[in-house]
Design a protein around this ligand. Structure first.
Ligand code: AHG
Ligand code: MN
Ligand code: MN
Ligand code: MN
Length: 345
């Protein structure tokens, strides 16, 4: 057994981002600003986490009574998390454009805010985000999260829609925070993937999962199989192949589906296997939103050595045309995703 004493040299997220920043600074002068932006983002995650933990106690459970642009009923926590993020990201002084699942239109920072107490300073970064992912799981206390992706505005741009309608491969950073049995923030700045766990006592995210790498093949599949009657042939063929594998001693895959993308992707990054939300006969482009769900998770997956595809094309290469656009998603272990892609050929 391991009786070694606890570490006295903890690496906080801030420390880690700063030291990573020293390496980055050689490549781009913007890295100091990115460090400040990431610091602001981790604060929003702590703030949202704190509300999630006490939601049942302070009347934060249930519907807010509004519908968002995608026609979903907003939960109180969706609305609150969205406001927390917008306020903090504006106040950081490092953002130019914000795109949120809960806002119909993109927000352009620096323009006079209605009812605001101060005019925020405009920065060079665009943040696309899903403030609270897994809405349907809130009331049951099941894992939920926050997803974000970051673009640097194009050269000479003051921040327009064009700065966020770009392929995911152009993101300079992406991550999520999962509010589960612990709060886990997983982040890439384009140089691998690291995971941090919130130590509530000291209020810091501590590096607990350095350099996350997906195994080349997993044993788990994660998809809402209740939609099977709508699925297209390639998906059904793939599911059949992992549930009824051929060959001597071949074992079928295990099913795990939480219904919060953050939690399903988190498990996939750590254990391997495949997660999917395909397009089907009912949902022409699937359900997940490209900018703030598919792109950040695809970037994390690729940075961790996995693959992310719509079935027929690399997700990070898609050129989005509108901010709330959806796309089919399959991501996970390299060999599992390759097997899936073969079913589409
Ligand atoms: P959100 O709660 O941000 O609207 O996202 C919900 C998404 C995603 O978290 C999850 O993967 C998917 O919806 C689950 O959808 P189904 O309930 O159709 O399986
Ligand atoms: Mn939603
Ligand atoms: Mn979501
Ligand atoms: Mn959401």
């Amino acid at each position: 057994e391991d009786y070694s004493p606890p570490s006295t040299d903890i690496i906080t997220l801030t420390r880690h981002v700063l030291t990573e920043g020293f390496k980055r600074r050689e490549e781009s002068a913007a890295s100091g600003d990115l460090t400040i932006l990431l610091s602001s983002l981790q604060t929003t995650c702590k703030f949202i986490e704190s509300n999630v933990r006490k939601a049942s106690l302070i009347n934060l459970i249930g519907a807010a009574g509004n519908t968002n642009v995608q026609g979903e009923d907003q939960k109180k926590l969706d609305v609150l998390s969205n406001e927390i993020m917008i306020n903090a990201l504006r106040a950081s002084g490092k953002t130019a454009v914000l795109v949120s699942e809960e806002d119909d239109e993109a927000i352009f920072v620096g323009e006079k805010e209605e009812g605001g107490t101060f005019e925020s300073t405009k920065g060079k970064y665009c943040v696309v985000f899903d403030p609270l992912d897994g809405s349907s799981n809130i009331d049951a206390g099941v894992n939920i999260g926050t997803i974000f992706g970051i673009y640097l505005v194009k050269d000479g741009s003051k921040g327009t829609l064009e700065d966020v309608l770009r392929p995911g491969r152009e993101m300079v950073a992406a991550g999520y925070c999962m509010y589960g049995s612990s709060a886990n923030l997983v982040l890439t700045t384009g140089n691998g993937v690291n995971g941090y766990t919130l130590d509530n006592q000291i209020g810091e995210f501590i590096l607990t999962h350095p350099n996350i790498r997906l195994p080349n093949r997993g044993k788990i599949y994660s998809i809402n199989e209740g939609n099977s009657m709508y699925y297209h042939e390639p998906v059904l063929k793939y599911l059949d192949s992992i549930k009824f594998p051929k060959g001597e001693g071949a074992k079928p895959y295990s099913a795990r589906y939480i219904g919060s993308m953050v939690a399903d992707v988190h498990r996939t990054l750590l254990y391997g296997g495949i997660f999917g939300y395909p397009d089907d006969k009912k949902s022409k482009s699937g359900k997940l939103r490209m900018l703030y769900e598919a792109f950040p998770m695809a970037l994390l997956t690729e940075q961790a050595g996995g693959l992310a595809t719509t079935g027929t094309e690399r997700i990070l290469d898609i050129q989005p045309t509108s901010i709330h656009q959806r796309c089919p998603v399959f991501l996970g272990s390299k060999e599992d995703v390759q097997d899936l892609m073969k079913c589409y050929q």
